[in-house]
Design a protein around this ligand. Structure first.
Ligand SMILES: [Zn+2]
Length: 113
């Protein structure tokens, strides 16, 4: 699909969501989707920017449904149990928040006689 047709289709769909007063959308991303869209598979986004969800703007800004030759799209979210609320970007570096610092202290008393 060419960029311009893609834009028109996307805008038409968004207008329809507005008519239906649908705020939450879920990303339909094919298993062989581009690396741009892949992390967003089954991610629920909010058109209004509702709390707890990435916004549609954020997803589109990341290139989801907007990059060239994209075959991904958004459809109305209907409570799908496989839905995610954060894109699954592959880890690029070890997380600094990795918490494995639980130190068990030995409080054994050494009794000397
Ligand atoms: Zn795509």
């Amino acid at each position: 699909m060419r960029g311009q047709e893609q834009d028109v289709l996307r805008e038409t769909r968004q207008e329809r969501f507005t008519e239906l007063e649908i705020d939450l959308l879920i990303a339909n991303v094919a298993a062989d989707a581009s690396p741009i869209c892949a992390p967003w598979g089954n991610v629920v986004v909010s058109r209004s920017g509702a709390k707890g969800y990435p916004s549609l703007q954020e997803a589109e800004g990341a290139g989801v449904t907007t990059h060239n030759n994209c075959r991904s799209g958004f459809s109305a979210y209907s409570g799908d149990k496989t839905a995610q609320t954060t894109p699954k970007y592959p880890a690029k570096k070890p997380s600094s928040q990795y918490q494995n610092t639980q130190i068990q202290r030995g409080n054994e008393r050494q009794i000397r006689k």
